[in-house]
Design a protein around this ligand. Structure first.
Ligand code: SF4
Ligand code: MN
Length: 220
């Protein structure tokens, strides 16, 4: 079985998610996904030195301090891909930015706090897989008017938490019970218009505006 962080997290939240993914039913492309991709690209170009943006530097994102030579240059960029084996299953992912051996960068364009990043299973899993000692959250919101960076030194506990997280996901997907979940939220779900268990359907593309969340749709 091949699993990614986002599939494990979404499946822990709602077990039906995994069945939908297996069946490959139609997914929604929320309007803010495209916006998120544009934010990622602008910051990735800046932090890799490929296209330094003076405006971002002035807002505190110094490309010399936050230097990431490896960034995603296209969706599913093989240079940003990793795979590790855990208990006979392949866990894969794509990172946003990396300075190998030094730091891993995660860009978020939606509402996302330093506390969210501290607790993030994505951060912990990427540390388990790649081992960079420091993880950096770069959160840009509201058309870049607010940019914050949060630096976290990863720990052995993070590694253990990541293992427990992955094992929880493996237990669910290899089990027989796909009822329920820890945090079912159909409104934010990419399957809400096609899932047999969905309790909400979108009325229009803009219907989801108030519920904008960070969602790495290219990493499902
Ligand atoms: S639409 Fe609702 S029930 Fe279906 S997978 Fe998404 S969160 Fe689960
Ligand atoms: Mn990201």
């Amino acid at each position: 079985m091949k699993l990614s962080y986002s599939t494990i997290q979404a499946t822990i939240n709602c077990r039906q998610y995994f069945l939908n993914k297996q069946m490959d039913i139609p997914k929604l492309d929320f309007w803010y996904f495209e916006k998120g991709k544009q934010v990622h690209k602008k910051i990735q170009d800046h932090l890799s030195g490929r296209n330094i943006d003076q405006g971002l530097t002035e807002r505190g994102l110094d490309p010399n301090k936050w230097y990431f030579p490896i960034v995603e240059e296209k969706d599913r960029d093989p240079d940003c891909h990793f795979e590790i084996d855990i208990d006979g299953h392949t866990i894969e992912g794509y990172f946003d930015a990396r300075n190998p051996g030094k730091m891993l960068g995660e860009i978020k364009s939606g509402s996302y706090s330093p506390k969210d990043y501290y607790k993030s299973n994505q951060r912990k899993l990427y540390y388990l897989a790649l081992g960079d000692p420091v993880s950096v959250l770069i959160n840009a919101r509201d058309e870049f008017s607010k940019i914050t960076t949060t630096t976290i030194t990863n720990s052995e506990k993070d590694r253990q938490d990541a293992l427990a997280f992955v094992r929880k996901g493996i237990e669910i997907v290899t089990g027989a019970d796909f009822e329920g979940g820890e945090k079912i939220d159909c409104h934010r779900c990419i399957y809400k218009d096609s899932c047999e268990k969905s309790n909400v359907r979108s009325k229009s593309r803009r219907d989801n505006k108030e519920k904008e969340v960070e969602y790495d749709n290219d990493k499902q």
